[in-house]
Design a protein around this ligand. Structure first.
Ligand SMILES: [Zn+2]
Length: 277
């Protein structure tokens, strides 16, 4: 087998990996806001409760051969399910190409980095859907992910991987990213008696700090997230003619900024100027 063939095959596995976790993401989006287990019981039709057979649980394809309807009761199944699966599959494939990039890099360090960043992207995308629908960000994707961020940074440092912060940078990132923003929210509340951001956003930034460090990491994500939020906010203002208080949660913009930073962060020049900490 040539190296080119091998590279195509491993990318196929990366895509499959993303599609399967995209399917699991649908379970998280539906169950986490209701505090239901994401493991047990298996998936069932939300309308008639019939358990979904393994062959009807194939990401994207099952929705297509079922023509978007439950096999038992024929109720429509939202196209959002296959869309989430396909989007996360493509995102994971792009991440694999970004982090591993070449068949020569197929070693432990790069594969650990791929899974580590993949965890973050999963949290970003799942928490976006949950925040848009329920105005909450599950702790699993924010504060509870901090140990995964710090542990991963430590492991990657030990493996000699250079595209991640050191564990010390990761710890400081989580503390300052989460704590600093929580303090800002507290100060804003004392002055204005209203919340600019929620504590869910602070906990999310703690996780981003663990993956990217304080500077430029968290600072850049806050800035980019604000730019994304302003663009959408101003757009919504023009379309609806109402003020900025449209109650759009900030979390999805932060999450989008973190995904952007994951792919383009190291290309930002000032990281090379030795300024990062
Ligand atoms: Zn049904």
């Amino acid at each position: 087998m040539t190296l080119e063939t091998l590279w195509i095959i491993v990318q196929g596995f990366a895509l499959l990996f993303g599609l399967l976790f995209g399917s699991f993401m649908n379970v998280c989006i539906a169950r986490m806001p209701e505090d239901r287990s994401v493991v047990y019981p298996g998936s069932a039709c939300p309308s008639c409760g019939t358990a979904i057979k393994p062959y009807d649980n194939v990401p994207v394809l099952a929705w297509m051969w079922l023509r978007g309807r439950c096999r038992a009761c024929k109720t429509d199944i939202s196209p959002l399910y296959p869309l989430v699966e396909a989007s996360f599959g493509v995102l994971v494939l792009l991440l694999f190409r970004h982090v591993v990039g070449d068949v020569a890099n197929l070693d432990r360090a790069h594969l650990v980095a791929f899974v580590w960043y993949g965890w973050l992207l999963f949290g970003c995308m799942a928490s976006t859907f949950i925040d848009l629908r329920h105005k909450i960000i599950p702790d699993e994707f924010s504060i509870y992910s901090v140990p995964v961020g710090v542990g991963g940074a430590a492991l990657l440092g030990w493996l000699g991987y250079e595209g991640a912060p050191t564990w010390q940078q990761s710890v400081v990132g989580a503390l300052v990213g989460g704590g600093g923003v929580a303090a800002l929210i507290g100060a804003y509340w004392l002055v204005r008696r209203e919340e600019g951001m929620g504590m869910g956003d602070a906990k999310l930034l703690a996780a981003f700090g663990a993956w990217f460090g304080v500077f430029p990491g968290v600072a850049a994500i806050l800035l980019i997230g604000s730019v994304f939020g302003s663009i959408v906010g101003i757009g919504a203002m023009i379309v609806t003619g109402r003020g900025l208080k449209l109650a759009i949660p900030f979390g999805p913009f932060l999450a989008a900024a973190a995904v952007f930073w994951c792919f383009f962060g190291e290309r930002v020049a000032f990281r090379y100027a030795g300024l990062s900490f």
